[in-house]
Design a protein around this ligand. Structure first.
Ligand code: C2E
Ligand code: MG
Ligand code: MG
Ligand code: MG
Length: 288
């Protein structure tokens, strides 16, 4: 009996795995068509400068509107796009579309674009960036490229060379999700980053976890000593914002300021039509 039960369990898992594999294959096929069929859209999330009291940048965040499944999150399809070799084409599209959009924003608003480690496998990455800037007319210094430390972890000599090429173009390089990896500190020494983005897991716990607060303080000090901007990601409440301001954090990003939004809504928030610049309370009121 035990044997029969064991076998039954085995077949159950086998079937479940089979279904999982098939679902993955289906998603993979859909993803291959998605770019050609125009199912991707870029949303933008404001980065708010607390001292200047205005939005000084927006991060492009990729969205896939699947005809049947609805919105699929980048956490789900970006790893898949990397695996099946689609991230190159997708990443090129993101760069071009985001630069085109940002060229319409007020001059003081920067554009942040995420780069995946897989995009560094293509030697032409810097050339693609040059093309996106040239075609859109966006000034290089208005573009911030966000990388995670996995870019420096894998094939670091070649990736480092590409990073230096990018920096030489005049674009800014940010370290995303700071604090979540293995040796974030040593990476700060290996490349002159322009910005550190403190991972949202620290910000989430800032009010109730003394350790999270201590780490945020230390990273803010570090940023100040290095003379670079430190941004807190994932700010969801006014209380978190106040604490971050108290600690001297210069820039914040998160649902409290605004969720990621379609390009047209961001253009309205930035006052593209009116050339007005909104302060904290106006931005928060606009976004909710
Ligand atoms: P990320 O670059 O660290 O982006 C921040 C993520 O946190 C975004 O998730 C954003 O929607 C979310 N977020 C922002 N504020 C809050 C908040 O207050 N609370 C919470 N809980 N979350 C907040 P999203 O859009 O799902 O993107 C996830 C990740 O996917 C990004 O993390 C980035 O690594 C990657 N990604 C997104 N777009 C692209 C892209 O165009 N290219 C590449 N290579 N990666 C991308
Ligand atoms: Mg990012
Ligand atoms: Mg992040
Ligand atoms: Mg992330």
């Amino acid at each position: 009996r035990a044997k029969a039960d064991g076998k039954g369990t085995f077949h159950f898992f086998e079937r479940a795995m089979d279904e999982q594999l098939q679902a993955r294959r289906a998603l993979e096929l859909d993803l291959r068509k998605a770019l050609a069929e125009g199912q991707f859209e870029l949303f933008y999330q404001p980065l708010f400068d607390l001292e200047a009291d205005r939005v000084t940048g927006c991060e492009a965040l990729l969205r896939w509107f699947h005809p049947e499944r609805g919105m699929v999150s980048p956490g789900e399809f970006i790893p898949l796009a990397e695996e099946i070799g689609l991230i190159g084409a997708l990443g090129d599209w993101v760069l071009r579309a985001a630069c085109d959009e940002a060229a319409r924003w007020p001059q003081h608003v920067r554009l942040a674009v995420n780069l995946s480690p897989a995009q560094f496998r293509d030697r032409r990455l810097a050339a693609t960036v040059v093309q996106a800037l040239a075609a859109s007319g966006l000034a290089a210094e208005r573009l911030e490229l966000e990388i995670t430390e996995s870019v420096l972890l894998q094939d670091s000599a070649s990736n480092m060379a590409i990073l230096h090429d990018l920096k030489a173009l005049g674009v800014r390089i940010s370290m995303d999700d700071f604090g979540t990896g293995y040796s974030s500190l040593s990476y700060l020494r290996s490349f002159p980053f322009d910005k550190i983005k403190i991972d949202q897991t620290f910000v989430r716990d800032i009010l109730d976890d003394a350790d999270a607060l201590a780490i945020i303080k230390a990273v803010l000090d570090l940023g100040a000593s290095l003379g670079i901007t430190t941004t807190a990601e994932g700010v969801e409440s006014e209380e978190q914002l106040h604490e971050l301001r108290r600690q001297g954090c210069g820039e914040i990003q998160g649902y409290f300021i605004s969720r990621p939004k379609p390009a047209a809504e961001i253009a309205a928030l930035l006052g593209v039509a009116s050339a007005a610049s909104r302060g904290l309370s106006e931005v928060v009121a606009f976004s909710t």
